[in-house]
Design a protein around this ligand. Structure first.
Ligand code: MRU
Length: 344
């Protein structure tokens, strides 16, 4: 029986547990994990059991509420200090996705407006509200996106910015789901997304499950797809957007954007405002998470597939220049990179 019932993360308020789907097991195994253990929560984010910027943001909020509900501290100052410690440690897990920091800060603001009596209750209520908000924000992005895609038959997407990367619906895939709800079936080409294969394992499985016509391609095939007119738009998600519109997203996204520009195909970034970072002026200031090289040479192979002396470099994200982005599809509407500042 499923507790999450179509969602990606949740909170079991009866037993005080944070709940998530272990995405490293997908698509072969569906497993919901229930935890109130800090190390297990930390590892879940670090090892991408829970991943996708909005999902790790909401999961951070849920986890902080669950961890604080267990606390034996009674005095307000003690409770706040404990919350700050957990929040500070979780923020370090994944440095590029700003939603982690955003969610932790939202929880700290909530705590600062509470007192020792309602401290725990107000954090749980805030986490529940963030779950609800994420669902409605993503649906809104889908509504605006579906309107833009009215004349499209097929789109290309990179990584997974679908329901598994949020609580429900997703960002980049939400327009496809909403269009489907409206009777418009859009085909999706999904980049497999080396090295962790989020496109092949996650995007393809959630789209197929939803009955969307899905074709997986290797990352180096996008140019072929575009040149042959097989897609009319590109939709991607984002992990941190700077004031000038420069956008960090899964490694490979900037290459797709450069190709889209070359072939004159509109390139849309689907962005909940929780992924916008007004403290960062341009993409040059975005910290890029570097991950273990084993993800390239060993993770998906029975035997290591690289020669022993070969080095690896594994940046998890890259930055797409704002000049390559046609528009951001947000919960506040469709906006061009130079319009972002008006919406802050
Ligand atoms: O490393 P991941 O799998 O967390 O990377 C995910 C992405 O890059 C997504 O495109 C991004 O977080 C947006 S998800 C709506």
């Amino acid at each position: 029986m499923s507790f999450l019932n179509g969602a990606t993360v949740g909170i079991d308020t009866v037993n005080n547990k944070a709940v998530f789907i272990d995405q490293t097991l997908l698509p072969t195994e569906y497993k919901e994990v229930f935890t109130d253990n800090f190390q297990e929560i930390f590892d879940a984010i670090k090892l991408l059991k829970v991943r996708g910027a909005p999902a790790i943001g909401v999961f951070t909020a849920i986890s902080l509420a669950v961890l604080m509900n267990k606390s034996s501290a009674e005095a307000y100052e003690e409770l706040l200090a404990e919350l700050k410690k957990y929040a500070g440690d979780l923020i370090l897990c994944r440095p590029t996705a700003v939603n982690l920091k955003w969610a932790a800060e939202e929880m700290l603001k909530t705590a600062e407006n509470s007192n020792s009596e309602n401290f725990k209750k107000s954090l749980t209520e805030k986490a529940l509200k963030m779950i609800e908000d994420d669902i409605s924000i993503c649906h809104k992005i889908g509504e605006y996106g579906a309107e833009i895609l009215k004349n499209c038959n097929s789109v290309l997407t990179h990584c997974n910015a679908g329901r598994l990367a949020t609580v429900k619906y997703g960002t980049a895939l939400s327009p496809v789901y909403v269009a489907k709800e409206n009777g418009h079936n859009i085909k999706v080409y999904a980049d497999e997304t080396r090295p962790l294969l989020q496109g092949a394992r996650l995007t393809a499985s959630e789209l197929c499950e939803a009955g969307v016509d899905t074709t997986v391609i290797c990352d180096n095939m996008a140019s072929f797809i575009m040149k042959n007119g097989l897609v009319q738009a590109v939709l991607v998600g984002c992990d941190r957007v700077a004031l000038n519109g420069d956008t960090a997203n899964k490694i490979g996204t900037s290459g797709v954007a450069i190709l889209a520009k070359h072939y004159n195909i509109p390139f849309y970034v689907c962005m909940p405002f929780s992924t916008f970072d007004k403290n960062v002026k341009t993409g040059d200031d975005i910290v890029i998470e570097m991950r273990d090289g084993d993800e390239i040479g060993e993770m998906w192979y029975e035997k290591p597939m690289l020669p022993e002396n070969a080095k690896t470099l594994n940046p998890a994200f890259d930055v797409t220049d704002h000049s390559l982005i046609t528009a951001f599809i947000t919960e506040k509407g469709v906006i061009t990179p130079d319009e972002i500042e008006k919406f802050i």
